[in-house]
Design a protein around this ligand. Structure first.
Ligand SMILES: [Zn+2]
Length: 109
């Protein structure tokens, strides 16, 4: 393989930031933060932490993050109006903490 090609391959590998990788993943298929953490070998906390800035940066590309909201596994309460991407600790209805994680996708605006 000639050096030029090799350089370019290395570059394309390295230049993708974690945020870009998350965007790629979420464009390909909707995922939870846990799916992202497994896929990209980052912590779930990091995956959540990247989402607000990703939402801002993809706006300029005419895209948005589509969220399938978390819901309570105990009573079925859906966290529809949640402003944060993070998973809630407890259900406001039944106070249980068995919460199913939200699923995120990147879709055209
Ligand atoms: Zn509940």
């Amino acid at each position: 393989m000639n050096k030029d090609v090799q350089d370019r391959m290395n570059a394309s590998d390295k230049q993708l930031t974690t945020r870009e990788k998350i965007i790629h993943c979420l464009e390909a298929a909707p995922m939870t933060a846990r799916d992202l953490s497994k896929e990209l070998r980052i912590s779930e906390k990091d995956a959540y932490a990247h989402l607000p800035s990703i939402e801002k940066s993809i706006k300029h590309q005419g895209k948005q993050i589509k969220t399938i909201p978390c819901y309570c596994l105990s009573c079925g309460f859906v966290f529809k109006d949640r402003k944060s991407f993070k998973k809630p600790g407890k259900c406001p209805e039944c106070r249980q903490s068995r919460i199913e994680a939200a699923v995120f996708g990147v879709v055209p605006d």
